[in-house]
Design a protein around this ligand. Structure first.
Ligand code: GLC
Length: 468
């Protein structure tokens, strides 16, 4: 394979350079080490970004930094039950943290719960990524004593509490505000975005593995897993056959015999989709709620669905078929589009609020994000389509080092370095390394992927009142 060992070594060096120390111990990695751009909040260690670094370290056998990260961030989790709106709710994990020096030059950790992000939205995904890191750590180190300690068991359950609380809706999916995850600015990803639902599924499966077997949460987790899996596999899935059904949907049906369960109007099917959706090929749509199906393709949710076994075997293969047939639109000159297609014109004005950073085919709005390469490589390995993984890795290797590891790329095919991309972006570097390691050693997949779960299938049921 055509990836030079030299680039891999330089990437390891760059990753080591991003390490943050706290009181003499490594605890995380900064988001970017760009010497030429004001760092804004990129000098922090983001929970979601560190998940990729953590995998790279674990695959190299360096478990200590990951253990320290878990211990430190657990102390930052919000533990108090609060009714006060200006404080993080109980169970929330920080979006990021930073080491600061106090009066007597003593080091402290300062946590950020989204206050410093542009959208000021609480990071719904941080707790999910934290669980993901914890599971990968346990798998790599076999250090079960850490996870069985009462602090960690409580931490896991507090994360579950925020997710499983009953709110104002009655779906198994989680209702979230716009910009509450990797896409952290307005992008029309409020409601029930796929990326969050896939992470929610991974977290429930993780909790099931890491909680004490006799814990009372296990039954609740299993039931939710079944309902969530059923909901996503049945109602989010789209292929040509289902598109044909939606195209002829009747609307305004009431009661349990309704076929068009979410009252989706066929006129909302976008023109691009009618030509773009290949055969064979399919994917999970980006969002689903009453009267709303967001037909955009979101990579993280779809790839995570493959790796976590949320997607059924046939669905996993269909997603890989789609990526392979639509290679130019989804991978092009840099793996991989965060979402496809971009929102443009009047839609861009109203949905993003004229966000100049999210102009069409840039940043979160159809930009290409190399950090996602790790997840693509994992999905390729999981579906036995490693040749696709290698192809993507080669595309990335031909540019990333030369371009100084940019945060993202712009343009329909990802040919331009992102307008405001940081250089030496840590998860770009780590994503490349993890992809390289996974493709060269399938055993690494154990840290990330899940086996099929018969209990999940047994608990599956359609929405109440719907005939399924
Ligand atoms: C951007 C990304 C966010 C990431 C952060 C730090 O804001 O949208 O997901 O965590 O940069 O890299």
């Amino acid at each position: 394979m055509e990836v030079s060992k030299n680039i891999v070594e330089l990437a390891w060096q760059a990753l080591e350079d991003s390490i943050i120390n706290y009181r003499g111990l490594p605890v995380g990695t900064v988001a970017a080490c760009d010497p030429h751009m004001s760092s804004l909040n990129y000098d922090q260690c983001f929970t979601r970004d560190f998940a990729v670094s953590a995998l790279a370290f674990l695959m190299k056998g360096e478990t200590e930094i990951v253990r320290n990260f878990l211990l430190e961030t657990l102390t930052l989790q919000s533990w108090d039950k609060r009714m006060e709106c200006f404080q993080p709710g109980q169970g929330l994990m920080p979006a990021s943290f930073k080491v600061v020096r106090g009066k007597n030059n003593e080091e402290h950790i300062h946590a950020d719960f989204g206050e410093h992000a542009i959208a000021r939205v609480a990071p719904v995904d941080s707790g999910f990524w934290w669980l993901f890191i914890l599971r990968a750590y346990v798998k790599a180190s076999n250090d079960w004593s850490l996870v069985h300690s009462s602090e960690f068991q409580t931490g896991i359950k507090l994360i579950l509490d925020v997710c499983l609380t009953t709110r104002f809706d009655m779906f198994p999916t989680m209702l979230v505000p716009d910009g509450s995850f990797m896409i952290d600015r307005r992008m029309g990803v409020y409601g029930y975005p796929l990326d969050i639902q896939a992470l929610f599924y991974v977290s429930l499966r993780t909790a099931k593995e890491l909680l004490e077997p006799e814990d009372e949460y296990i039954a609740v987790v299993e039931e939710r897993l079944g309902n969530l899996a059923y909901h996503l596999r049945s109602y989010y899935w789209l292929d040509l056959q289902i598109l044909n059904e939606i195209y002829c949907y009747k609307v305004e049906e009431y009661g349990i015999t309704a076929i068009n369960k979410f009252n989706i109007y066929p006129d909302t099917i976008p023109e691009w989709l009618k030509e773009w959706l290949p055969e064979p090929g399919g994917y999970f749509v980006g969002n689903l709620g009453p009267g709303r199906m967001d037909f955009r393709f979101f990579s993280q949710g779809n790839l995570m669905a493959i790796v976590s076994q949320l997607a059924l075997e046939e669905q996993s293969q269909s997603i890989m078929d789609l990526i392979s047939v639509r290679w130019e639109s989804l991978i092009g000159r840099m793996p991989i589009k965060v979402c496809f297609p971009a929102i443009e014109g009047r839609d861009w004005e109203t949905i993003t609020g004229c966000d100049a950073k999210n102009i069409p085919w840039s940043y979160h709005n159809g930009g290409n994000w190399p950090f996602l390469l790790w997840l693509f490589a994992a999905a390729a390995q999981k579906t036995n389509r490693v040749e696709l993984g290698y192809m993507a890795l080669e595309v990335a290797a031909s540019r990333l080092f030369k371009d100084k590891w940019p945060e993202y790329y712009d343009g329909r095919h990802g040919r331009l370095i992102g307008k405001e991309a940081r250089r030496y972006q840590t998860w770009t570097i780590a994503g490349f390394l993890v992809a390289y390691e996974i493709l060269n050693n399938p055993k690494h997949l154990d840290l990330i992927s899940f086996p099929e779960d018969t209990v999940v299938i047994a608990c599956s049921q359609p929405l109440p009142g719907f005939s399924g």
